[in-house]
Design a protein around this ligand. Structure first.
Ligand code: NOJ
Ligand code: MG
Length: 521
């Protein structure tokens, strides 16, 4: 089985660099902080890091607004620090993948600045999506809404000082969408891809991989009230067929670097449509967000898993699994919070880690961190402003990691003034508090990752469902039997050797909100 690529069943660890570890005392995490904390990743046993964007950026969307795609922001330590990180991670056998943002740039990108200064009709404007407004120019060219709230168009002031054209931004107004019909846009992306791959980077997570291509004529949305997590497949802003030509272009570059992987962020829920992105000449893998959207209900979890497996199988691609990331409420909170939320999050982690395919853990998941309720005046996500203070945004899942000690900043930084405040009651959640405790969530993750590596034999990309009560899931995967109890009562288990459990058994039975791995035969 030597032809199985490294990423097929890999554990990726997502690092939100602002929130992982701060090495220079400015209260914001950085690459130097990751270097100092690499032991944590080795101890946990991950195969690869996915770094959220660290390129030069004014940070209007914390790095997803890129002003120079081929340099690292000084806030994170500059290019030399990235080189050091790649080298140090590789020395430990950990791959490094980066976030790539091809749908848009920052409004501070030199291309956008020159698009503004040159005026309507200029070749510089053709790199973005500028249009004249309707009603004599005063209303936006169509009814598209920004994913972050408000209109997806902003009107510019022309070089002569008059109100002028509008530009499209599916996200913040500081993130103008690129015009992917212009060949210069792909040429520049190719330069960027090679720039990082030549430096030893092991691949990319591709932001808004179902965006980029826009339909001719930019037709109105039928339902402009839509939210990101409930994207519908009729939305003209996303999943336009022209996107596949772009992915083929990206893949043709990546094929020059056979060690490198591409994983697309694809909010597309029709399986046939989703699988198109994973054809042999497009992306290697696609994020599938079904589990993230699923409540703790056995039948729904089973459907989400079966559906994700089926979608990937259509393209013979590796499935991918994730329970959380920097855009969604942390799962401990999603599943109800408190002890129950944590029990369920651990149970779901065991389910996820039993599945064939690549698994993406989000920093802090291994500590069982909950979402944080932050006061209004510290919120930074552009969603808060753009929604007119109706959506609090994603800051609550981005609070810095607690490492040690009994008060904020819990070893995250030398500076108590961290970019988002840390809860004072996180003492039991720090890495230091959990590491020696065999019952901690950190020890649980560490043991589960080790077992996944040593015991599972993923010879195919499917699982075998076994009969069970409606509140229970039982499946065989990689030679291991996984049982999840999502019902209200304890359940007896078959007499197999117990390999791991998310909660202790009670009188030999599996309690509610718990999962277990049993030796399959
Ligand atoms: C998806 C990213 O995950 C999110 O954090 C970001 O705000 C948008 N894309 C825009 O780049
Ligand atoms: Mg710093």
């Amino acid at each position: 089985m030597t032809d199985i690529p490294w990423w097929s069943n890999a554990i990726f660890y997502q690092i939100y660099p602002r929130s992982f570890a701060d090495s220079d005392g400015d209260g914001v995490g950085d690459l130097g902080g990751i270097l100092v904390r690499l032991d944590h990743l080795s101890m946990l046993g991950v195969d690869a890091i996915w770094l959220n964007p660290v390129m030069v950026s004014p940070m209007a969307d914390h790095g997803y607004d890129v002003a120079d795609p081929r340099d690292i922001d000084p806030l994170f330590g500059g290019l030399s620090e990235l080189d050091r990180l790649v080298e140090a991670a590789h020395a430990r056998g950990i791959k490094v993948t980066m976030d790539l943002v091809p749908n848009h740039t920052s409004a501070a990108h030199p291309w956008f600045r020159s698009a503004l200064s040159t005026g309507p009709g200029s070749p510089q404007r053709q790199r973005y999506i500028f249009r004249d407004g309707r009603d004599g120019g005063t209303t936006p060219p169509n009814n598209w809404v920004s994913v972050f709230g408000g209109p997806a168009w902003t009107r510019v002031t022309e070089p002569d000082g008059t109100p002028g054209q509008w530009y499209l931004h599916l996200f913040d107004s500081q993130q103008p969408d690129l015009n992917w019909d212009n060949p210069a846009v792909f040429e520049d992306l190719e330069t960027t891809l090679r720039f990082w791959l030549d430096r030893g980077v092991d691949g990319f997570r591709i932001d808004v991989a179902h965006g980029m291509a826009k339909p001719v004529g930019l037709p109105d949305m039928i339902n402009p009230g839509i939210e990101m997590l409930n994207a519908d497949d009729e939305d003209p802003r996303f999943n336009h067929d022209g996107v596949h030509r772009i992915h083929r272009g990206i893949r043709s570059v990546l094929d020059d670097y056979p060690h490198a992987v591409s994983i697309g962020e694809i909010w597309v829920f029709d399986n046939e449509d989703f699988a198109k992105y994973l054809r042999p000449d497009e992306l290697h893998m696609g994020f599938n967000f079904r589990l993230v959207r699923t409540e703790f209900i056995a039948a729904d979890i089973r459907n989400a898993i079966a559906n994700s497996l089926a979608a990937a199988a259509l393209a013979q691609a590796s499935p991918t699994w994730t329970l959380s990331n920097h855009d969604v409420e942390r799962e401990v909170t999603r599943y109800g919070g408190g002890t129950r939320g944590l029990d369920r999050a651990r149970a779901m982690a065991l389910v996820m880690l039993a599945l064939p395919g690549a698994v993406f853990l989000y920093n802090g998941e291994e500590l069982g961190l909950p979402n944080v309720d932050l006061p209004d005046d510290v919120l930074q996500d552009p969603v808060w402003e753009r929604s007119g203070h109706t959506e609090r945004g994603r800051d609550g899942c981005r609070v810095p990691m607690p490492w040690s000690g009994s008060a904020p900043p819990f070893g995250f930084s030398a500076n108590p003034d961290t970019w988002l405040p840390m809860p004072t009651d996180w003492t039991p959640l720090t890495v230091a508090a959990q590491i020696e405790d065999p019952t901690s969530t950190l020890s649980f993750f560490r043991a589960a990752l080790k077992l996944r590596r040593s015991t599972f034999r993923f010879t195919d990309r499917d699982v075998q469902w076994l009969p069970s009560d409606a509140d229970v899931l039982v499946f065989l995967s990689g030679g291991v039997l996984c049982v999840l109890n999502a019902g209200p009562d304890s359940i007896p288990l078959p007499r197999h050797e117990v390999l791991a459990g998310s909660s202790p058994l009670v009188d030999g039975e599996l309690p509610p909100d718990a999962a277990v791995w049993l030796r399959g035969s």
